[in-house]
Design a protein around this ligand. Sequence first.
Ligand SMILES: [Zn+2]
Length: 727
Amino acid sequence: MSCKRLIVKILIAGAVLWYALCLPSDLFKGEKYSTVVNDRSGRLLGARTSDDGQWRFAPTDQVPEKYKTALIEFEDRWFYLHPGVNPAAIARAAVQNIRSGHISSGGSTITMQVVRMSRGKDRTIREKIIESILATRLELRHRKRKILAMYASHAPFGGNVVGLRAASWRYFGREPDELSWGEAATLAILPNSPSSMHPGRKRTELLEKRNRLLSRLRERGKITGEEYELACQEPIPEAPQALPSYTPHLVDRYAKVRHGETVTTTIDLDLQTRVAQLTDSWSGELSLQGINDLAAVVIDVHTGEILSYVGNADQGRKRPGAQVDILRSPRSTGSILKPLLYCALLQDGKMLPHTLLPDIPVSIGGFSPQNFDMQFAGAVSASEALARSLNVPAVHMLRMYGIQRFCRLLKECGLTTVNRSADDYGLSLILGGAEGTLLDITRAYARMSESTVKAPADFPLNDKTALWWTVDALKEVNRPDEIDWHMISSVKKVAWKTGTSWGFRDGWAVGITPDYAVGVWAGNAGGQGVPGLTGARTAGPVLFEIFNLLPDKSWFTEPQYGEYITAEVCRESGHLAGPYCQNIDNLMLPKTAASSDPCPYHRMVDGESRFILPPAMEWFYRQHHPEYRPLAKSIPGTDFVPMEFIYPEPGTTIFIPRQLDGSIKGATFSLAHRNQKATVYWHLDENYLGETRYIHQMAVNAEPGPHTVTVVDSDGNTLSIGFTVGK
Ligand SMILES: [Zn+2]
C-alpha cells in the first residue's frame, strides 16, 4: 500500500516537474527576422527579408486596438476568461467536425495557436493535447496582453508574410495602428486561411468572412453602424505592396552590419522625403548632362545625428551605379579639405586670416599645381585664396603646416580613408590627392560648426577665433555666374566650400550653419569624368536648396572676450603690422597669432614707405594690380634682390623632358626681374648660355647630377641657383 502511494507521489511530482519545465523559456528561439530600419520616431524607412526569405519583423509588444478587437472576436471570444484552453470551444469544434466528417474547426484558443506557431508541428490529436497543456502553462507565465502580442508578431499572413506589422505594410501600406476597421478585420481573418489573399475564388470567401466578422463586431457594439457600412465597402487588396524604400542604401547597409535586427536610426522621415524629392529631381536634370549619380546628407550639428541620408538619388532611373552608396564611397576630395588646413594654420598662429601668400608657378618633385583658371595672381590673401579655392596658395599653406601633420589632422577630424603615408600623398594631398567619403567630410564640417560653440575635446580644430575666421571666409565662396541663383528661392547665408576633382570626376559642395551641416556630391559612381562637372555648378545649387528645407536659425557668433587677442594688422600684407605699414586694421586673432612674423613687405625707400613684393610674386602681381609701384632699382645695403627664379626652386631635382621626336630640348628655367628693361645673362656651371630681355626664360640641358645656373643682370647683380638633374 505504502509502496503504491510512493509510486503515485513520485508520478505526481514528476508530472508537476514536467509541467513546470515543459515550456521553452523562449518560444521563438532561433527565429530569423527581417532587417527593419525605422526613422527617429519609429516610422518605417525600409526593410529586407530574413535569411529564410520571410517578411518577419522582430516581435513587438504593441497590438493596436482595432486589430485586437477584431482578432479576439474572430478567433477566441473568451480569450480573457479561459486559462489557455476553452473546453466549450473544443466540444463545439468536435461536434462540428463529426458532423462534417473532416476537421474543419480546431477550437484552438489564441494561446494554443501561439504554442502551435512556435512548434510548427502537424495538426494531430496528440499534438493538440500537447498544445493544450503548453497553452495553460503559457498562461501561467505571461499576461494576456503579452500572449496577444506574441500571436500578432508570429501569425502567418500568407506567402512569405509573417506578423502583423509586415502584413499591415505588405497588404495595406501602413502601420498596424493606422489600419481601418475593414483592414483590421481582414488581417484578423488571414492567419486562419493564409492562402485566401491570392487571386481567385478564395478572395470572395475572404470578403464574405470579413463582412461577417464586421457584422458581429457591430452586433456586439464594438463598431457603430456607420463604421460597419464604411468598412464593408472597403475592397480586399489586390496584391502585396512593395515596402517603403526611403533610404535604400542605408537599409542595405544595416542588412549587412545589423542583420536581422530592427534598427531605430536618427533619420527624420519628413525631411528625408523632402530631400529625396529634391535630389531625385536634380539628379534627373543632371543625368541629361551625363552626370548620373547624386548623393546628399544632412547632419544635426548639435548632436552629430544624420537627419537625411541619400546614398544615391533617383533610384527609379535604372543605371549601372544606382546601387552604389556614394556617401560611403571614397572619392577624390578636390579642394574640399582646404578649410580644415586654413583653420589649422590660423589655430597655429603661423598664418593670419588675410596673410598674403605667393600665387606663382611652383614645381615640386615634378608636381606643378595650377589654379583652376590657369592664372597666377602673384600674391593673394589667405582668406581670398580659400574663398576662390586657389590651388597654388593652398600648396604653400600645406608646406607651412607639414604634410604628415595634416594627414594626422585629417584622421583626427574623422576622415577614415586617409590611410596612405604622407610621402605617398605629397603636396597634392590638399588638391584632391587624398580620398574621402561624403559622409566623413560632412561630419568633419559639422564638427567644425559645433566647435564654434563648444570645443569638443576629441576634435583637433577647437580655437574659436580660428574657426570664426574660417567660417567668415567660407561665406564669401564665389557662386558661379552660370547658375541663375535667383532661381533658387531665397539663397541662405551658408558657410560653404566646393570641390572638383581632377578630370571633372567629382563635384562636391559642403556647407554649414550653426545648426546644420549639408554635404552634396555629384558625378558618376563609375568614375567617368564629365566636362563642366564642377562642385560649384552641380552640387552647389542642390546644397542651397537643401538648406532651404531646413529651419532658419541663427548665424555664427563672434568669439567671446578672452577667446581672442586684438592686434594691429597690415591691410596690404595681412601680417602683424610692422613699423612702416600704412593701412592698419585692428583684428580679432587667435592668441597664438601674437608671435607670428611682422609684415615683411613694407619698407622705407628714400624716406618713403613702400609696399614691395619679392620679384617673382611681383612679376605676376603687377599684371593684376596697376596701382602697384615696382622699384626702379635695388636698394643698396639691403637684402633686397632685384631678381628671383620662378622655376625651378632652389635645391630641387628636375627632370629634362624629351621631345616627341626623341630629341632633348632642355628644361625651361624662368626668372622674374623687377626692372622690366633689364637684360639678363645666363650661365650653366661655367658655360655661357645666352641672354634674355622682358621675359626671362632659358632652356637648360645638363647631364644627370648637381649643377648651378647663374644669372647676371646689366647692373651687375648676380643670382645663382643650385639644382640636380634626375636620371
Ligand atoms: Zn605691411
